[in-house]
Design a protein around this ligand. Structure first.
Ligand SMILES: [Zn+2]
Ligand SMILES: [Zn+2]
Length: 358
C-alpha cells in the first residue's frame, strides 16, 4: 500500500512509496483504511527533530477512516465503522485516566519503539504511534474512536488533533471567563480553534497574533475581534487593556521566545496557556521574583487538557449545532501524492489546515 515516508530526521521531503505494509495486527488491534488526514504542525516538528521520533517514519497523526478488520477481543468497533484515529489512547486504568485526565495517559507511548510499518528496505515507524500519511494503519483498539455517520472524514480528521487541542485549551484548561480579554499568539488550525473556544466562552476581546496576513484575516472570521502582527502586539495590549495585559494569553507556537512574549503580554494575576509543542532543549526563562510577584498562572495544555473522548463528543455536538466552524479550517485539500507541496504551504504559513485525501 501507499505511504509517505521520511527517511531521515532533518530531511524536508517525504517519499511516496507503494511498497509499505502496516504491521502489528493481532489481538486488541484494529486495521483502518485512512480516508483523510490533516497536516498538523507537529508533523513538521517531528520531521525536523524538534519532537522526538525515530526514523524512518510515516508522519501524520490527525486522521480518520473506516475499520477494515478487528483483532481478537476488540468489541468497541467492527469492520465498516467510521473512526477518528486518536494518537493518545486512554488505557482507562492508570491513575491519570482514573482522574479523568486521559490526555496524560502514557499507555500509548509504551509502543513508541515498535515499528508500525515495514517495507523491503526494513522497518518504518509511525509518528506518535499512528502514521496517517498512509492508506492503512494498524493501531490499538483504543486509538480507533467511532464517530457518527454525519461527520465527514475530513472534519473527523481535524478532531483527531488540532481542533481538540485548540478548543480544549480554551474550554478545559483556561476555562475562559465571559467578558474577559484574550490574545492568541499563533493562528494556524490550533490557534483558530482556541479563538473559537474563547468566543464560545464569551470573551469580550480576542486578539489574534500572527505574522501571516491571510491567517490574521481568517482569525477575524473565526471570532477574533482584532488581528495584529507580532510587532503590533504591544500596541494592541496598550489599546485594549490600558497596558495592564490580557486576562488570558494562548501561546500556540511552541517556542520559548513566543512563550516569553506571551508571559509579558499576560496581566498580573492573569493566565498564560501554553499550547504549542516545543523542543526538549528550548528553555523558557522566568525570574523567581516575577514568578512570585506577578502571580501569573502558567497552564500548559496537552491535547486539549481534558478527557479526550469527551472532548471529541463535545466538538461534534458544537459542530452539529453550528456553534463552531470546522469546514472553514480546511483551506487546502490535496491527494497524498502532493504531500510535499502541502508541507511547503504549512512552512510558509499560508494554510490553516490542509486535508490530505487518501
Ligand atoms: Zn491511562
Ligand atoms: Zn497534532
Amino acid at each position: 500500500m501507499r505511504a509517505a515516508v521520511l527517511h531521515e530526521i532533518g530531511q524536508d521531503k517525504l517519499e511516496i512509496l507503494d511498497d509499505v505494509e502496516a504491521v502489528g495486527f493481532g489481538p486488541g488491534r484494529v486495521r483502518i483504511r485512512v480516508r483523510a488526514t490533516g497536516l498538523c504542525h507537529s508533523d513538521l516538528s517531528a520531521m525536523g527533530g524538534v519532537l522526538p521520533q525515530p526514523a524512518p517514519f510515516v508522519p501524520g497523526h490527525e486522521g480518520a477512516g473506516e475499520v477494515l478488520e478487528v483483532g481478537e477481543g476488540v468489541t468497541r468497533v467492527k469492520p465498516g465503522d467510521r473512526v477518528v484515529v486518536c494518537w493518545l489512547p486512554a488505557c482507562g486504568a492508570c491513575p491519570a485516566c482514573k482522574r479523568g485526565q486521559t490526555e496524560l495517559c502514557l499507555a500509548g507511548f509504551m509502543n513508541a519503539g515498535t515499528p508500525n510499518f515495514k517495507r523491503p528496505g526494513g522497518d518504518v515507524f509511525g509518528f506518535a504511534g499512528t502514521g496517517t500519511f498512509a492508506e492503512e494503519v494498524v493501531v490499538d483498539a483504543g486509538c480507533a474512536v467511532p464517530i457518527p455517520d454525519d461527520v465527514p472524514f475530513d472534519i473527523a480528521a481535524l478532531i483527531g488533533c488540532g481542533v481538540t487541542t485548540g478548543l480544549g485549551a480554551a474550554l478545559n484548561t483556561a476555562d475562559v471567563e465571559a467578558g474577559s480579554s484574550v490574545a492568541v499568539i499563533g493562528c494556524g488550525g490550533v490557534g483558530v480553534s482556541a479563538i473559537q473556544g474563547a468566543r464560545l466562552k464569551g470573551a469580550a476581546e480576542i486578539v489574534a497574533v500572527d505574522p501571516v496576513a491571510s491567517r490574521r484575516e481568517a482569525a477575524l472570521e473565526f471570532g477574533a475581534t482584532k488581528a495584529v502582527s507580532p510587532e503590533e502586539l504591544a500596541d494592541a495590549k496598550q489599546q485594549i487593556t490600558a497596558g495592564e495585559g490580557f486576562d488570558y494569553v494562548f501561546e500556540v507556537v511552541g517556542r520559548s521566545t513566543t512563550a516569553r512574549t506571551a508571559y509579558e503580554t499576560t496581566r498580573r494575576g492573569g493566565t498564560l496557556v501554553v499550547v504549542g509543542a516545543g523542543a526538549l532543549d528550548d528553555f523558557l526563562q522566568l525570574s523567581m521574583f516575577e514568578l512570585f510577584f506577578d502571580e501569573k498562572r502558567i497552564l500548559p495544555s496537552m491535547y486539549g487538557g481534558g478527557d479526550v473522548l469527551h472532548s471529541y463528543e463535545r466538538t461534534i455536538a458544537l459542530w452539529r449545532a453550528g456553534r463552531i466552524d470546522l469546514a472553514g479550517l480546511i483551506t487546502h485539500r490535496v491527494p497524498l501524492t502532493e504531500i510535499n507541496e502541502a508541507l511547503d504551504q504549512m512552512r510558509t504559513g499560508t494554510a490553516l489546515r490542509t486535508c490530505i485525501e487518501i
